[in-house]
Design a protein. Structure first.
Length: 546
């Protein structure tokens, strides 16, 4: 078909017009982009960018010896609607969740056993100025980081602390989530398995009923701590993550009960007659006495203007007659140990006190432990400007005077006898490879001391609340004068059982509680009843002592 000249001219001009219009529209658009909306599109281009965000790492769990959770990190997820957080779920961290621009989480640290485990677990808190300045675990910290405070949270902070992840997200000019460009997943901290049994920790804390005191259970053959109870204590949950300011201030202001003080190892006390175990060892090992050595209980010893009496004489004017070492331990006879101390002298007493671990930290994995004090002539001259007197030796011989110990040290001493003269470092870490050492105590002397401690828990001994047990118990009571002008005394009882094949050692100290036999012994009895499954055994209270 042939196209005439007039038709081709018309098509040409139509095509030309369409081209002109198209070029016009392009020109208008270009002008609009370059001039009219220049600032808008430059801002859009600039703000549609990639941002980096941290993915906080979960701290390792703190577990008891049977896998119960003592401390854990819980992530509570939320989205923001009209400025409010709408929580969707909470639970253990199992991968960072993100859906849209506004889903995020609060990281919380939870302590299911509350007050009963507070001094052991510790808590986590926000970084302080010192933390920011010095860093921790070879890391530089920022003000959003959490660090361990007190307890194992602090001691093992570097182990529990994980490694934060990173996340790249594209957002538009309005901050709307566009897409995730990539991520490096966080690495959770290492779990910490403790020797503590949460069941016993909680049970004993309830037995203590908020009274000021300490209860410790350990295994003599390994040094593992089963329970480390200080009462009253604090709830770590109120300090951690979202602090309860009112509760925190109440704890801090309680100068009467000092709930933040871990009395097991951060407080010092006179040990009273529990220290006679050290005296018996020193006397027997030095050869100053043997099993057959006798000392007469005269009821009272007078040195110049000073009098030193036996507790039985003070109470009733009676005496124990002729006393050997077994009877001295059984009856906790002060006259025997005064005379033994006189024969030994302070230097030989101190040698054995040092061997047992007094005057030095046990090394338990908790901050704030104190060493205590075993005084001697050199210390007294340097500290008080006076020489050592015989009266000082008498006081030291029955666990009084300037002698200061921690309940944990008394428990360690008890373990040495239970473990046939071998001292194992006390530990809170399960599967910790501790190195036990022999103190070189003659096994015959161990038998003598154990016999005395066993008889102390039987009729005729001092620990009358423990007389009814089927399980054979070895124990030593203690009633320690405080020396502050009051008549208050600390009540002690330390024991191991079964006496012939020990499973556990128990040390109880009730601060200003009264007599060890009246106050500490019944608490030990309550524990032993359940431990050795003796529900029918009666643990008497407030009876007239034998």
């Amino acid at each position: 078909m042939m196209v005439n000249e007039s038709e081709s001219g018309w098509i040409y001009w139509l095509f030309y017009l369409a081209l002109v219009v198209s070029l016009g529209w392009l020109l208008v658009g270009a002008i609009q982009l370059a001039v009219v909306k220049k600032d808008y599109y430059q801002t859009l281009s600039r703000d549609n960018r990639i941002v980096q965000a941290d993915i906080p790492a979960s701290r390792g769990k703190i577990l008891d010896r049977k896998g119960r959770i003592i401390g854990q990190s819980v992530y509570q997820y939320f989205r923001v609607e009209n400025g409010n957080k709408i929580y969707s779920s909470s639970g253990e961290f199992s991968g960072y969740k993100f859906e849209g621009k506004d889903l995020a989480f609060d990281l919380k640290r939870q302590y299911p056993y509350g007050e009963s485990m507070g001094a052991v677990s510790g808590y986590v808190g926000k970084t302080s100025e010192t933390d920011l300045k010095l860093g921790k675990c070879h890391q530089k910290l920022d003000n959003l980081d959490w660090v361990g405070r007190m307890g194992v949270e602090d001691w093992f902070d570097c182990q529990l602390r994980g490694k934060d992840g990173r996340r790249l997200v594209e957002v538009d000019a309005k901050g709307n989530y566009v897409r995730e460009m990539g991520r490096a997943e966080p690495e959770s901290g290492v779990d910490l398995n403790l020797t503590v049994d949460a069941f016993w920790q909680e049970k004993i804390y309830k037995i203590m009923a908020g009274k000021k005191g300490v209860a410790i259970i350990s295994r003599p053959d390994s040094g593992q701590i089963i329970a480390l109870v200080t009462s009253p204590s604090f709830d770590p949950n109120v300090f951690s993550t979202d602090p309860d300011k009112e509760a925190v201030e109440k704890y801090l202001a309680d100068n009467q009960n000092l709930p933040l003080l871990n009395r097991t190892m951060a407080a010092k006390y006179h040990p009273g007659s529990t220290f006679k175990i050290v005296m018996a060892t020193a006397g027997l090992e030095s050869g100053v006495i043997d099993k057959n050595s006798l000392i007469e209980d005269t009821g009272i010893i007078k040195i110049g203007d000073y009098s030193y009496s036996n507790w039985l004489w003070t109470k009733s004017g009676a005496t124990d007659g002729m006393v050997d070492i077994v009877k001295a331990i059984r009856r906790s006879n002060d006259i025997f140990f005064y005379r033994l101390g006189e024969k030994l002298g302070v230097d030989r007493i101190k040698v054995w006190a040092d061997k047992y671990g007094f005057g030095q930290k046990t090394g338990i994995e908790l901050g704030g432990e104190v060493a205590g004090l075993v005084p001697d002539d050199a210390w007294k001259r340097e500290t008080k400007g006076e020489r050592w007197f015989l009266g000082n030796t008498y006081h030291l011989s029955i666990g009084q005077g300037d002698l200061e110990v921690t309940p944990l040290q008394i428990n360690q001493m008890t373990n040495v006898i239970a473990n046939r003269g071998v001292k194992c470092p006390l530990t809170l870490v399960l599967n910790n490879q501790t190195k036990c050492v022999s103190l070189g105590i003659d096994q015959g002397n161990i038998n003598i001391i154990t016999q005395g401690m066993t008889e102390a828990c039987r009729t005729g001994g001092t620990a009358w609340p423990l007389f009814n047990f089927k399980t054979k118990i070895a124990c030593k009571t203690g009633t320690a004068e405080i020396g502050d002008g009051s008549k208050d005394t600390h009540a002690w009882l330390t024991a191991f059982a079964p006496a012939d094949d020990p499973e556990i050692s128990i040390t109880v100290m009730m601060e200003r509680g009264g007599e060890g036999s009246d106050v500490a012994a019944p608490i030990v009895g309550d524990i032993l009843k359940e431990w050795f499954n003796e529900p029918e055994t009666v643990v008497p209270r407030n009876e007239i002592k034998k």
